[in-house]
Structures are given as C-alpha cells and as structure tokens.
Design a protein around this ligand. Structure first.
Ligand code: SF4
Length: 473
C-alpha cells in the first residue's frame, strides 16, 4: 500500500483489515479506502455473505472471495448520471414522480405489480401492500423460472434443509437440470461439494455427486456420475425412480426408450440413494421449464418424500436472482401464495396462468403496472410487451433498461446490497442482512414504494368516501 493510502474497516469481523489490497495500491491515491467486511453478494441465490469489499469513494475496487460473477456485480457497479425521476421521459422531482405514479395506480381498474426478485424483502413487503390497496395482481419473476416449483410446493409440500445442513451432512448430492458450476459458481465450494462438514471430515471424498442433465455441462465434469437423459423425459425418469424406490419391477426396454438411460443405471442410482445417510437433490430450470413443468417438480418432490422411507432426503430448487427466494417468502407470508396472486376481491386468489404477469399482459387485461427491479420489456412475449407499452406503467430500476425507457414514470433507484441495507433470502429460505458499501444519490426502492403506498391509501380512501384522518399513514 502506498504511504498516502489508508484503509478503514467497518469492523464487522474480528479479522484485521487487509494490509495489501490487491488493486487499490496505485501510488497516486491520497485518500482513505473503506473496507466493508462480510458484505453480501446478491447476484445469485447463493447470497454469499462473506465478501470483503474495498471501496474507493463511489467505486468498489476489490471484492475478496467473490466468484467471477460476484466480482462483475461489485466491480462494475457505477452510479449512473441520470435524473432520479422521469415522467414521460422528462426530468421531474421524486415527489412529482410519486404523485403521478400514485394517480396512475389508484385510478386503474386492473393494475399489475410485477418483478421484485432484485430488491430487499422490506421493499417487497411494501409492494404487496400497494397491490392490496389498489386491488391488483401481484406477481414476481418466479412465474417465469421456478413458478412450476411454487405450484408443486403448494400441492406436494417440501422436505427441505438449510445449506448449512447440506454442508455438514450431505453425503449424496444430486443436481437435476441444473448447472451450478456456471450459474452459482461458489455452490460447490461453499455448500454442496467441497467443504469439510461436521459429519463429513474428508469433504469431497465423503460425498457422491450425481448430475442428471440433457447435456454434459461444466458441472457434469465435476460429478462422480453423469446421467445424460433424453431431452423432455424428466417426468418419465422421475417416475421410474419413484417406482424403483418402492421396489416395483419395470420393463427395461420401455424405461430406456422413454428416458434414454438403461434401467440398470437408474437401479444403480436408486441403490446409491438408499445407501446415503443424507441425500440432497438440487434442481434447476432444466426441470421446471421443460415438458411437464409443474408435474416434473411434483414428481421430484414426491420422490424426495418417498426416499424418506429409506433414509433422510431433502430437495431444494437452485434459485437464480439474489432475492427471488425473498419474493416467494414475502408474497407468501402476506397473501398465502408465492406468486401470481390477485387481490381484486379484497382477498387473495392464486392462479398461475390467469394472474401471472406475462399472461395478464398478453391477454391485454392490465390497464396499469408497477414494475420493480425487472425488465419484462426485454424478455416477455411480443404480445405482452406490446400491451405493456400501450398502458401507463411505473418502473423502478438502478439502470436504464428497455422497461424504464417506455415507462410513464421511471425512477432511478439505489442498488440493493451495494447502496441499500435490508434483508434478502438465500435460496434455502434463510434471511441474510445486507451490508452496503457506500451511499447512493438515488432513493431506494423502499423509499419510493413507501411514498407511493402512503399516497395511494389517501387516494383510494377519498375515492371510497373515507376521510384521510381515519387512515394510519
Ligand atoms: S456464488 Fe453467487 S452470491 Fe456467491 S459470490 Fe458468486 S455470484 Fe455472488
């Protein structure tokens, strides 16, 4: 470190601050660097909370222990030079934006609140409150990734565990339709494969790892056993395993024709599963977004339940976005359902396909929308995008995006985890606190949404003839 540079720690950890941060050592730097210990990365569902950030003003210059995706998330973070609020593309104050947004939402007949997977649980809670006040639909990005799992959880239930239990006990780890080596780069090293656990003193050597997938991914190369199943045959394969778990004889010719895998391979897999002390199945969108969708997830959850007649088995979806698990949790603890919920009758109704955002928009039903931390204009179907473009909607995002560009009201917000404190849920439903690196000049989602909720309450009360004095604001 140059003599002119000093490092100040947030003191969260008892470990001393690094004395030689790798990149911030340029001799010309003459100001103080800040070190944020045990910051939380919200790039993927692993939500690693052991990242040490070195911060130079409004720039993160080092993210110790982050993987390649996490480093990209932290080191590429910039404060954009944009107005905090645009109304119809014209700069406006945040207060004007909140007023206009509230008028749009309170005046709508069938409004939609959508997104939520990349913001704090505190903001998600307020967003569901807004949906309730305006009698709208609330839906999250779960509906386009693990929505089928959400339906299966409602139908079958879930035998589950924390990632800490997986780390300490999981001696048989199977990934089905999931490629964590590329999507969750620290999954293997932090939780599921490499760590030495309380009951696995030899770490990797004490675990058997199986990959079931339609192609040999980077994860498959790290596996003890790779089972290449025929594309779109997950349902048949999972039911073959359910039958084997119960000792039912199967026709080898039919099983191989249906799944692309010999019966002997499935039988060997089942024998290993029964011998495991603590089996874990992680599954990804290779299960939920292929033929069978929620029926695949149901079969997998039922297989996990079946295995508990033989040994201890759990299963978890490998969730993508940083706080998509928080969105499921918050929407569930506020409405009873995880996504695709309609609050138009004053009580929640759950019906994916009817109340999910992509469907509500494609059928041209919504007449206004509030989009938080997501970009449907970049990834919804063309009919849904065309309809969204035709209705007044509000967008909250730290970055410029196709969705913010067409919004009636666009707010530039601070980035959760980097600028904003709060809570996110790891993929195993464990809530984790955020430790931000530096302040943003922009307001948080929570501030904007709280302002909208307060104003919408007043507008709805006035429309219903109720004096504002009777509201708790
Ligand atoms: S594994 Fe995920 S949460 Fe952990 S550092 Fe990498 S991107 Fe961030």
């Amino acid at each position: 470190m140059s003599a002119a540079t000093s490092v100040k720690s947030n003191g969260h950890s008892s470990a001393p601050p690094p004395t030689t941060p790798s990149s911030p050592t340029s001799p010309e730097r003459t100001h103080e660097l800040n070190v944020v210990k045990d910051a939380t990365c919200t790039f993927c569902g692993c939500v690693c909370d052991d990242i040490d950030l070195t911060v130079d003003g409004h720039k993160i210059v080092e993210a110790e222990r982050a993987c390649v995706l996490g480093k990209g998330w932290f080191l590429n973070h910039d404060i954009e030079d944009r107005p905090a609020c645009l109304i119809q593309g014209q700069p406006a104050t945040v207060a004007e934006g909140i007023e206009r947004a509230s008028q749009i939402l309170a005046g709508a007949k069938y409004p939609l609140v959508y997104g939520l997977s990349d913001t704090t649980a505190e903001s998600q809670r307020v967003a569901v409150g807004i949906a309730d006040w305006i009698g709208g639909n609330v839906d999250t990005t779960t509906s386009v990734c693990h929505g089928p799992s959400g339906m299966a959880f409602q139908g079958v239930g879930e035998v589950t565990a924390s990632l800490g239990e997986v780390r300490n006990r999981g001696d048989f780890i199977m990934f089905w339709g999931s490629n964590p080596a590329e999507s969750h780069p620290r999954h293997f090293t932090k939780y599921s494969l490499m760590p030495k656990g309380m009951f696995l003193p030899n770490g990797r050597k004490d675990r058997t790892m199986v990959i079931v997938d339609v192609r040999k991914t980077k994860s498959a190369k790290a596996a003890d056993i790779y089972i290449p199943i025929k594309p779109r045959s997950d349902f048949e394969a999972l039911w073959a395993l359910r039958a084997l778990a119960q000792g039912i004889d199967l026709d080898p010719v039919q099983v191989e024709a249906e799944t692309g895998v010999p019966l002997a391979t499935w039988q060997d897999l089942m024998d290993r599963m029964k011998r495991a002390k603590f089996g874990v199945i992680f599954f990804g969108m290779g299960v939920t977004m292929t033929r069978g969708k929620h029926a695949n997830s149901e079969a997998l959850l039922a297989l996990t339940r079946d295995m508990n007649r033989h040994t201890r088995f759990v299963c978890k979806p490998n969730r993508g976005h940083g706080n998509v698990t928080g969105a499921d949790n918050v929407v569930t603890w506020r409405t009873g359902y995880p996504f695709g919920v309609n609050l138009g009758r004053g009580y929640p109704r759950f019906n994916p396909g009817e109340y999910t955002a992509a469907d509500v928009l494609a059928r041209r039903e919504a007449d206004a929308a509030l989009i938080i931390a997501s970009d449907p204009m970049a990834n919804f179907s063309q009919p849904a995008r065309e309809h969204l473009k035709s209705i007044p909607y509000i967008a909250l995002d730290p970055k410029d995006s196709p969705t913010t560009r067409h919004a009636a009201v666009a707010f530039t917000v601070a980035t959760y985890g980097i600028n904003v404190p709060g809570t996110v849920y790891r993929m195993d439903d464990v809530p984790i606190p955020l430790r931000p690196a530096f302040d943003s000049p922009f307001p948080s989602d929570f501030e904007i949404l709280s302002g909208i909720e307060r104003r919408v309450k007043v507008l709805k009360a006035a429309a219903n003839g109720m004096p504002a004095s009777r509201l708790s604001l």
